[in-house]
Design a protein around this ligand. Structure first.
Ligand code: F6P
Length: 518
């Protein structure tokens, strides 16, 4: 069996047909005669994951994956013991060696080790009981929820609430993450303190931004005549003792497992604001959608595994074609926060420089994830995608069913634009002069949901979680730690505490802003 290094070499040296050549391969005969082109290529490189109702199509045909590239990646997956590591993930074994932890997020959707699945189900039931009790008036009239958290304790809730509660919302949710008081004040301005609950979401219950915002929210309640402000707080945390110490009553603490990472925690009690907004049935539908992806990812081998196939393409572009970024455009307003969510998931997980065995990595790791919504982005950044000098693989995400009730023309134009962009990036066009020339041969993948309901959102998120994990395994890195975020936090603390000196530039800034400590 070849080693990983040999396989990367092989991949580097494989022929590089253009997308146009790949699409016409079998029609042309010639060298690529056994490479399917046209419809056969589309059939080879697209597949669906079925959900309880409808499903999602994953079309990777407009990427440079071909049989030879796929075969080399399948060998790489074997060399990196992909199947063994995947079994460890779902078996609840340690897959985060630097912290000695399992990564149990899939258990919250009912996938994995039986005992852990049972424990997770009990935690979700507990959350469900509280959500339903609140909806039925157990805590008085509740119209607003201010959800305070940051990073994984905010991005998932914000995405879920924004994507799913546009039609109907049981409760008006405001997600506040930034320590900049402007964010919290904006939420206060929209809420009636007498009808507001505060969710304090923090895995550790120590994060400075969250705890500072939470204190200010209590003060706001108190200043506005709420007699028992801490009675209005729900804590979402893997540190229930910390929450009790901070003053939250045990009956209003929704714990989750230490082995669920922050950026994988939307499925846990961190998803409480989503359930508050759309109800437990939709929250459970989101879990069920994710479970369908878990099962596909767990039970499918080789490139037929749509998640693994996506990871093959990701790594082909990052490592073989030298792409430094990956762009994601949701042609759906309900997914406008999806690129932000993916940024943390992918960059905090795979922005690493050593392997899980503490060796320097042998190539670039996570590309920079960025993106936006279509069609807005077409009028802002697509110029660079079509004619710039960077090669940027793009994902398009869309839903066949519209999210609006307006004239169907809106959704028709939206989808036509989405598909046109993928076609244009690939085909390019010869211009009458160089400024009007489009080089083409620019890759894209299309993820097309039948409908963007709660199950589809869960499936989309789970697909990207496993895609991130698969990328990490093929690079030999640990996606589940994030030590890179610590140094800046420590320095901020040192500045706050005073007594330490910094470089002259930083000292000058501190002095100008009046922040120099004695
Ligand atoms: O700073 C990074 C991080 O640790 C993230 O991984 C995490 O999602 C976020 O901070 C918030 O942490 P916590 O949920 O413990 O407040």
């Amino acid at each position: 069996m070849s080693t990983a290094a040999e396989l990367w070499d092989t991949l580097e040296n494989l022929p590089r047909p253009t997308l146009g050549e790949l699409f016409s391969a079998s029609r042309d005969g010639g060298e690529g005669a056994d490479e399917p082109g046209g419809d056969e290529r589309v059939a080879m490189l697209s597949g669906r994951i079925e959900l309880e109702e409808g499903g999602i199509l994953f079309d990777w045909s407009k990427t440079h994956l071909d049989r030879a590239v796929i075969a080399a990646f399948e060998e790489l997956a074997e060399a990196m013991d992909f199947a063994g590591m995947r079994a460890k993930l779902f078996g609840g074994e340690v897959v985060n060696p630097t912290e000695g932890r399992a990564a149990d997020h899939a258990t919250l959707r009912g996938t994995g080790d039986e005992a852990k699945v049972e424990e997770a189900a009990a935690l979700i039931d507990r959350m469900g009981m509280l959500v339903e009790a609140i909806h039925q008036g157990a805590l008085g009239e509740v119209e607003h929820l201010i959800h305070i958290g940051i990073g994984g304790s905010a991005l998932g809730p914000a995405l879920g609430v924004d994507a799913l509660s546009r039609d109907l919302s049981y409760c008006d949710v405001h997600v506040v993450s930034n320590i900049d008081g402007v964010a919290l004040e904006a939420a206060f301005a929209k809420c009636d303190p007498a009808k507001t609950l505060i969710a304090v979401a923090s895995k550790t219950f120590t994060t400075i931004e969250t705890m500072t915002n939470a204190e200010s929210a209590l003060k706001w309640l108190r200043d506005n005549g709420v007699s028992d402000p801490s009675g209005r707080v729900i804590a979402l945390t893997a540190n229930p003792e910390g929450a009790v110490e901070w003053g939250v009553d045990e009956t209003r603490i929704l714990p989750f497992q230490e082995s669920v990472g922050g950026r994988y925690s939307i499925w846990s009690s961190i998803g409480f604001p989503i359930a508050m907004a759309v109800g437990m049935d939709d929250f459970r539908a989101m879990l069920a959608g994710a479970k369908a992806v878990d099962e596909h990812f767990r039970d499918t081998d080789g490139a037929a595994n749509l998640v693994l196939r996506a990871a093959f393409a990701d790594l082909y572009y990052t490592r073989v074609r030298g792409c430094q970024t990956r762009a994601v455009f949701a042609y759906d307003e309900r997914l406008s926060l999806f690129p932000d969510y993916l940024q943390q998931l992918e960059m905090e997980s795979n922005g690493k420089r050593v392997t899980a065995h503490m060796q320097p990595v042998d190539g670039p790791t996570a590309p920079i994830t960025w993106g936006g919504v279509g069609t807005d982005a077409q009028h802002a950044v697509f110029q660079l995608l079509h004619q710039g000098t960077h090669l940027i693989p793009v994902d398009f995400i869309a839903s066949i069913a519209p999210g609006d009730d307006l004239d169907p023309a809106h959704h028709r134009i939206l989808l036509m634009n989405c598909f046109a962009q993928g076609a244009a990036l690939m085909a390019g066009k010869k211009g009458e002069d160089p400024a009007r020339n489009y080089p083409g041969d620019r890759p894209s993948a299309t993820i097309l949901c039948d409908d963007l309901d709660a199950a589809a959102l869960g499936a989309l998120i789970a697909f990207h979680e496993h895609r991130t994990f698969a990328n990490a395994l093929l690079m030999g890195i640990n996606p589940f730690d994030q030590f890179g975020v610590e140094l800046g936090k420590q320095m901020a603390k040192a500045i706050e505490q005073g007594g330490e000196s910094f470089d002259a530039g930083t000292e000058a800034l501190l002095s100008i802003a009046g922040l120099q400590q004695a």
